[in-house]
Ligand binder design. Structure first.
Ligand SMILES: C[S@@+](CC[C@H](N)C(=O)[O-])C[C@H]1O[C@@H](n2cnc3c(N)ncnc32)[C@H](O)[C@@H]1O
Length: 368
């Protein structure tokens, strides 16, 4: 049921119609069941249900699925015709006129939202050149750069008691994305997480990024970015990490064009704009031709940019789930090896010491 078969490649990308394999649906169910709410009291809603992969779970007061794609819904209805859960299917744009009514929910219904809403994060699978402007209207207070962010905000409007959905990990760990979740982060708190690779949805893609299965509980305290930095994220293969386990390069160098602050006479070299580890895989490091993405490097920072250049060479050893993090550094150990990093960057030969530095820096996140 999960293999989406009615849209071509471009439509699939535009609507974010990458359906969820059963193995992942089971992980989501397990996370919900582990939270030990009394599920018979709750309505289960997937407001972007596709063929309905998430609507099989028994024991809820009612299962409801909605989607803007009428063909997907008719397939879902056919699939569930004789099923025990008998979901209610609603054809609607889940981001317009958002209120409980439109999903046949009353104000007093206890609600769990589940699913895998579409997203079009710039760092994700979606190839920008294939995208057209989205034709479905979105309520003004839900409008965001990424449709997945709009979906999370819509769950806040619906006042769900629990939310257990897949979304790019970058929504939480990149501070600007996190803040753009607005009221969602004021009213929800992350309880549990499992990180999986986007590879499962797009095996042929050139780059993979981390997706989190996240369980949120409605909570008046909400969460701030510090909470996320201290949260221990678990991965599907039994690893875990906190952002606060690491120190990041942004504390020491400019990541973005700095020509307004650094004058040309001070520059000893130039570097390309730095984003996260995944972006560094594809981007240049030192550059000789200036453009709008150019960072000027001063003598005192030169060794740190050499460090980034060397970091790019060992990127294949970094586990995918750190892909949306900034470049990691152990500053004290870096200082001890400063001239070795300059040499490694200039010669492109990595000494034993440098390789050992990265093994120590990454610990269990180093991949052979
Ligand atoms: C990633 S798929 C997930 C489908 C299903 N929940 C699953 O995991 O197998 C995203 C779904 O969102 C639907 N969608 C996209 N925009 C929507 C909108 N504005 N309102 C409702 N559904 C939407 C697409 O048609 C697609 O079926």
């Amino acid at each position: 049921m999960t293999i989406q078969a009615h849209l071509d490649r471009i439509q699939t990308i535009n609507q974010g119609s990458f359906y969820t394999p059963d193995s992942i649906v089971r992980l989501v169910y397990q996370m919900l069941l582990d939270a030990k709410m009394d599920i018979k009291d709750y309505v289960l809603l997937d407001s972007s249900c596709g063929y309905g992969s998430f609507l099989n779970l028994e024991g809820f007061k009612q299962n409801i699925g909605a989607d803007v794609d009428s063909v997907a819904l008719s397939k879902a209805k056919a699939y569930f015709k004789d099923s025990y859960t008998k979901p209610l299917f609603i054809h609607t744009n889940a981001l317009a006129d958002v209120q409980r009514d439109k999903f046949s929910l009353t104000e007093s219904d206890k609600l769990i939202i589940i699913g895998n809403p579409p997203y079009n994060d710039k760092t994700s699978i979606v190839q920008n050149r294939l995208k057209s402007t989205d034709s479905n209207p979105v309520d003004s207070h839900l409008k965001a750069r990424d449709i997945g962010i709009s979906f999370l905000r819509s769950f806040d409007i619906l006042k769900a008691d629990y939310i257990c959905v897949l979304h790019p990990l970058s929504y939480l760990i990149k501070e600007s994305n996190f803040k753009s979740l607005k009221n969602f982060i004021k009213h929800y708190r992350l309880l549990d997480s499992t990180i999986i690779s986007s590879q499962i949805f797009c095996p042929k893609s050139l780059g993979f990024f981390p997706i989190v299965i996240a369980l949120y509980e409605k909570d008046n305290q909400g969460m701030d970015y510090d909470f996320i930095c201290n949260f221990s994220f678990k991965t599907r293969d039994g690893k875990s990490f906190k952002l606060n386990d690491f120190d990041f390069i942004a504390r020491y160098i400019d990541k973005y064009p700095n020509k307004k602050r650094v004058c040309e006479s001070q520059k000893v070299a130039m570097f390309y704009t730095l984003r996260d580890i995944n972006a560094l895989k594809r981007s240049k490091t030192f550059i000789t031709k200036e453009n709008t993405n150019t960072i000027y490097i001063t003598q005192d920072k030169y060794s740190l940019y050499c460090y980034v250049d060397v970091f790019k060479q060992i990127i294949k050893h970094i586990s995918y789930y750190l892909g949306n993090c900034d470049i990691l550094i152990d500053f004290k150990k870096f200082q001890a090896l400063e001239s070795a990093f300059i040499k490694a960057s200039e010669s492109k030969i990595l000494s034993e010491d440098i390789m050992q530095y990265f093994k120590d820096l990454l610990g269990e996140h180093y991949e052979n």
